[in-house]
Design a protein around this ligand. Structure first.
Ligand SMILES: Nc1ncnc2c1ncn2[C@@H]1O[C@H](COP(=O)(O)OP(=O)(O)OP(=O)(O)O)[C@@H](O)[C@H]1O
Ligand SMILES: [Mg+2]
Length: 263
């Protein structure tokens, strides 16, 4: 990594037209001679590099958030879409605009749109991906107690339940889960003859139901689905994702089960 002054940067990158940040140093003689006035204070990246990563590093109070705000303002001016992962909700007040169709994805926020995991299933095999996200691999867990809940959850999802139904099925497993797996090879996973296994698997499913119970239960005017996300290209909107904080630990699995991995 090379540290560089703004003038040195301009000498090699003066034609860049992408996202930029404003600096306050005086313009050098070279900058005054070569660059239009509006560009002298700006440090811009190449447009094709915008989709690569930026790393903004600095002490507390150094101005990192301010630079991110500058970045978001430019995205907004262009009418483009931003997905903002904002656990501290510091960008919500300034940038979230419901009139524009912005959405906030946080089940603990009243503005969270309705979302049904079942709606994500364009193909039944996608149920496995959602199940895997909800029941991630854990180093010290016996694989059966991960694979079992995954298999049952993926199976249940194929009935396309509403979030409310899904929670009910998972949290009151007897007899709903039994009825839904009856006559399938999955039945043996929660066979009444394997007490310890059954309790372990049902316990994992019960935990998942507590996570899912955070989702809005009724379809409101605003809803979230794969379709609405792919519509972003036609109807630009900014999406804020505001997971974070200790009470939201349970949301981690929901987050990976949902919008970010599915779309
Ligand atoms: N270039 C600048 N010139 C003057 N003031 C600035 C500049 N950049 C940021 N500030 C001010 O410094 C303060 C801290 O900025 P900011 O919140 O962006 O820092 P931060 O690096 O995100 O801090 P933290 O690590 O605590 O989140 C703010 O009041 C901001 O207005
Ligand atoms: Mg900050």
């Amino acid at each position: 990594m090379n540290l560089t002054t703004r003038t040195q940067f301009h000498r090699t990158n003066r034609h860049h037209t992408g996202i930029g940040w404003k600096t306050t140093n005086w313009a050098s003689v070279w900058e005054r001679a070569v660059l239009p006035e509006a560009e002298r204070a700006m440090i811009r990246v190449a447009r094709q590099h915008e989709t690569q990563h930026f790393l903004l590093v600095g002490d507390s109070g150094a101005g990192k958030s301010t630079l991110i705000r500058q970045l978001l303002l430019q995205v907004r001016e262009r009418g483009e879409t931003a997905i903002v992962y904002d656990p501290a909700r510091e960008y919500v007040p300034q940038f979230l605009d419901s009139d524009r169709g912005d959405m906030i994805l946080n089940p603990l926020d009243a503005r969270m749109p309705y979302w049904n995991p079942s709606d994500e299933l364009l193909h039944p095999t996608e149920a496995d991906a959602i199940a895997k996200a909800l029941f991630p691999d854990r180093e010290r867990e016996i694989p059966f107690f991960i694979d079992g809940p995954r298999t049952i959850f993926a199976h249940l999802l194929k009935y396309r339940p509403t979030p409310e139904q899904l929670c009910r099925w998972l949290s009151k497993p007897d007899p709903e889960i039994y009825r839904r797996v009856a006559g399938t090879p999955i039945q043996s996973i929660i066979s009444k003859f394997a007490d310890n296994q059954r309790e372990g698997v049902l316990g994992m499913l019960e935990r998942a139901s507590r996570v899912l119970s955070l989702l809005p239960t009724t379809a409101s005017k605003c809803s979230l689905s794969r379709d609405s996300i792919s519509a972003v290209e036609q109807f630009p909107r900014r999406i804020q994702i505001t997971f974070g904080g200790a009470p939201n630990m349970a949301l981690k699995s929901l987050k990976s089960a949902s919008w970010l991995t599915i779309t």
